[in-house]
Write a protein that binds this ligand. Sequence first.
Ligand code: BDR
Ligand code: CA
Length: 317
Amino acid sequence: MTKPPKILYDCDTGIDDAMTLLYLASLVQAGEAELAAVGTVHGNIDPMTGALNTLRVLEAAGGPVVPVAVGAARPMAQDVHYAVDWHGTDGLGDTRLPEPAGRPTAEPAAAQIVRLARATPGELTLLATGPLTNLGAALLLDGELPSLIREVVVMGGAFDHPGNITTHAEANIWHDPEAADLVFAADWPIVLVPLDATHPTAVHDDWLDRLAAHGTPVSRFAADILEFYADAYTPTLKRRGAVIHDALAAMLIVDPELGEYAHRPVRVELRGELTRGTTVWDARSLPADDARRPVKVAVGSDVAEFQERLLSALMAF
Ligand code: BDR
Ligand code: CA
């Protein structure tokens, strides 16, 4: 039997990050993954609110109890922006949850990545579903980091799919293009899960209604938070629904066969007047004229299986 993956989750909690935390908690409770720690970053919300939200969600799930470190409060080379229209002013759909019992740790999230990578060389999977500032900072802190990490799994980018924050750029990459490009330039195995793979997984009323009707405290908690997100997504999807992007990245760690992939070097547009923050690959059939290590890019997934597994996980508590 293969060892369950040891995951360090870097996120900007955030509604779909919250669903991903619940999914990870269900995997931990089933013995299918280990959650080593969480770090938070600016993005959907500021990183302290994201850390408190992380604690709220893990406490609602009944554990696991893991260190939650606060990370970068701003991107490397631009102003910070939050996504309150999508996630609410509290990051959890304006549900105004009470203070968590736990507190974030004092260690910065980038330092936590380096420390845990050094403590368990070759074991850690970094799951990143927010802007990549903490991962970029960790690479700057420790040049040997890529050789210490088992795999990096990132939700971000858009290739043949339109952007979701500008015409071409996806939010996580656009929030810190410089950090994202550092991550794609490093010599470590990366799985990138862009909008091309996540958008088709949108869930709609039938799925949301099944979750709400289940009636356990955790399923009601998830359904309440998703209300705001489903309202926000209605104009884009042209019907009520939600794209739970970040959970697909987590699921592809434990079950990579659910995805279809292309292997290409990836760069981030850093100077474009209209396209800053866009992920770029060379789609020509020629051998790629790029010395960067190819990224394993998810271009599709088994949508029905993803939706059912996520629903079962949210109803499992
Ligand atoms: C990504 O942006 C954030 O708003 C979501 O949490 C997700 O990680 C989707 O583009
Ligand atoms: Ca996110």
